[in-house]
Write a protein that binds this ligand. Structure first.
Ligand code: MG
Ligand code: FE
Length: 171
């Protein structure tokens, strides 16, 4: 059986997380850019785009400190993210509702990733990296919580607009 040091696994997961954040930034930017009638959702997503870009930079610093490099090519993780992105595409008549669900799922995948990363960093003796991942985890939890708390308002607004003549509901 092949063994791999905790430091090697930590580096691999940091690189996966970096790819995940790159895809998140792409997905969230596209999503926010298309929303017109849900201003609260739009501005919260825009705030999270800013956080996401900062997360990428913090991850890149960790990767470089561990002697690794940021992936130059799309990884399997990035392709998985792209599939999520495609699912939230603009062709759907309930785009805002689908986007909300995709975002909620994405944040929870991020949460699971950072929880694993924190453990890997601790096992590898990298308290500094664990602290970075803990800080990022808090932002992901805050975004997931916001989406859960605002889902009802967004969906009720969508349903009311969709049933109203002459207004756009989908975005
Ligand atoms: Mg993130
Ligand atoms: Fe996130």
């Amino acid at each position: 059986m092949t063994t791999r040091s905790n430091a090697e696994r930590l580096l691999m997961w940091l690189q996966d997380a970096y790819a995940m954040e790159q895809e998140a930034a792409t997905m969230l930017t596209a999503m926010a850019g298309r929303i017109e009638h849900y201003p609260e959702l739009k501005s919260r997503i825009e705030q999270h785009v800013t956080e996401t870009k900062q997360q990428s930079e913090r991850l890149r610093a960790c990767i470089e400190q561990l002697g690794g490099s940021t992936p130059a090519v799309r990884t399997a993780m990035a392709d998985l993210m792209a599939a999520f992105h495609a699912a939230g595409n603009s062709l759907m008549s309930d785009e805002v509702a689908k986007g909300l669900g995709v975002s909620y799922a994405f944040e929870h995948m991020e949460i699971a990733s950072y929880r694993s990363l924190i453990l890997a960093a601790r096992e590898a003796g990298r308290v500094d990296v664990a602290e970075v991942c803990e800080a990022i985890l808090l932002e992901e939890v805050a975004m997931a919580d916001w989406l859960a708390e605002h889902q009802d308002a967004v969906i009720v607004r969508f349903l009311q607009r969709e049933a109203t003549e002459g207004v756009t509901a989908k975005h």
